[in-house]
Ligand binder design. Structure first.
Ligand SMILES: [Zn+2]
Length: 278
């Protein structure tokens, strides 16, 4: 019994040291990026690695993911200010997955900037956050479930729970607008598979195949800079094209073939992972 306890204690120490090390934010000098407007109603305010987006509506703002915390919380607020967006106008904060680079800023935002905003996440991933942070965890105001939607002003987001990266990875279907022209977008909240469980891999695969059948998706919104088809450019290369876009040229994000190429690659890769896991 004693040896079990001490093994457990060593395990916990290792876990907490690993978790601490993992939660040291990368240097600002490497990660800071100019924020930019992607669509009429979508803004990128994230870093060189992990993204944070702001959706503007007729009745306030929705913030998606909250970066690493620490210095990245005022960074996020300042990025929004540079975009002409006031953090005080944020009505909802959505956390799409229970990994620290997506939620560590949430508590300080709640405590220091937007105490009245409503914070939401899927139940499974909220449990990850609470297990990780304990009393330092942010407050959860609402649970996101499969098939839920959220309407703020003129904007409705549709949620899908797409496990595989984390148990409650949340994805979003929404409309984006380019000079008033509507395009349907898909935002996968955790597109990198992080499990060896065949049942979860099969569910991840089924979700990808289902997403591929959703009609009219033209825009892929990505949560890390390099989630894209191997033939497509990354987030910042694309942003460069957007900045240099000439009148009449298509919007670089409106690229349904890139989205489907990415899905095809993901499906093929996941089929291999599933075969190997069985
Ligand atoms: Zn993650």
């Amino acid at each position: 019994m004693k040896s079990l306890v001490s093994t457990l204690a060593i395990g916990l120490v290792c876990w907490s040291v690993a978790a601490q090390a993992q939660r040291t934010p990368p240097p600002m000098s490497e990660m800071a990026r100019e924020p930019f407007q992607v669509f009429d109603n979508l803004y990128f305010a994230g870093t060189g690695e992990v993204a944070s987006y702001v959706i503007s509506t007729s009745d306030g703002l929705i913030l998606i993911d909250t970066l690493y915390g620490g210095p990245y919380t005022p960074y996020l607020v300042e990025n929004m200010r540079q975009l002409g967006l006031d953090i005080a106008d944020v009505r909802y904060v959505l956390i799409l997955q229970g990994h620290w680079d997506h939620y560590m800023g949430a508590r300080e935002l709640q405590d220091e900037y937007i105490p009245d905003a409503q914070f939401g996440a899927a139940e499974e991933d909220w449990q990850m956050i609470e297990a990780d942070l304990g009393e330092q965890a942010p407050r959860l105001d609402f649970v996101i479930e499969e098939g839920d939607s959220l309407t703020l002003g003129d904007t409705t987001l549709h949620f899908e729970i797409t496990p595989g990266h984390t148990p409650g990875t949340t994805s979003i279907r929404m409309a984006v607008f380019d000079g008033g022209t509507r395009h349907e977008a898909y935002f996968h909240g955790g597109p990198a598979l992080r499990t060896d469980d065949p049942a979860v891999i099969a569910e991840f695969l089924a979700d990808l195949e289902r997403i591929k059948q959703i009609p009219d998706i033209e825009v892929q919104i990505i949560n890390h800079f390099d989630i894209h088809a191997s033939s497509a450019d990354n987030l910042f290369e694309r942003a460069e094209r957007l900045a240099n876009r000439q009148p009449g040229e298509p919007h670089p994000w409106v690229a349904p073939e890139d989205f489907h190429d990415w899905l095809d690659e993901m499906i093929a890769d996941t089929q291999e992972r599933l075969a190997a896991a069985q």
